[in-house]
Design a protein. Structure first.
Length: 165
């Protein structure tokens, strides 16, 4: 009489392994989502810093600040193409915009939209892409507000907005 040896896993053993993988995934996914949101927010802050630097360079040439993102590229290639494709640019889950005011009457060569100040924002597309919204002005400080609405320029001017640390 020959005895057969069974090789392989039983159904119970496979179910236990699947349950363990499920528990590990349930613990890891929220941390992964928080890390992604943090990365998106860091990208938004980096975009606003790039805009501040581009505006300083633009103001040296044009004696004022740009009121549009595409102008920062056309006037002297001060800003990268990923931030100058339109009036509002979506980057890393944030809408990045810029507005200018106090338009100057005379423009330097190559400048079309120079103004006396600007206000730029980076707002998350939804609560899953970021938990804070950011804004900056010609002063160069970046401010934040909890939620998906950036601090207003009036709050920044009044000193009631919170700067990033």
């Amino acid at each position: 009489m020959r005895i057969r040896t069974q090789k392989g896993f039983t159904l119970i053993e496979l179910l236990i392994v699947v349950a363990i993988i499920g528990i590990i995934a349930a613990i890891a996914v929220p941390g992964l989502l928080r890390a992604r949101m943090s990365g998106n927010e860091a990208s938004a802050i980096g975009s606003l810093r790039a805009i501040n630097t581009a505006q300083q360079n633009y103001s040296q040439q044009c004696n004022g600040y740009s009121g549009t993102l595409p102008e920062l590229k056309t006037a002297g290639n001060y800003l990268s193409p990923d931030l100058t494709s339109g009036a509002t640019v979506t980057k890393s889950g944030f809408n990045v915009t810029i507005t200018g005011s106090g338009l100057l009457g005379t423009q330097a060569t190559g400048c079309t939209v120079a103004g006396t100040n600007y206000y730029s924002t980076a707002e998350p597309l939804s609560a899953s892409t970021g938990s804070r919204a950011f804004a900056t002005t010609e002063a160069g400080t970046i401010f934040f507000a909890s939620g998906i609405v950036a601090p207003t320029s009036a709050a920044i001017t009044a000193g009631t907005a919170t700067p990033i640390q």
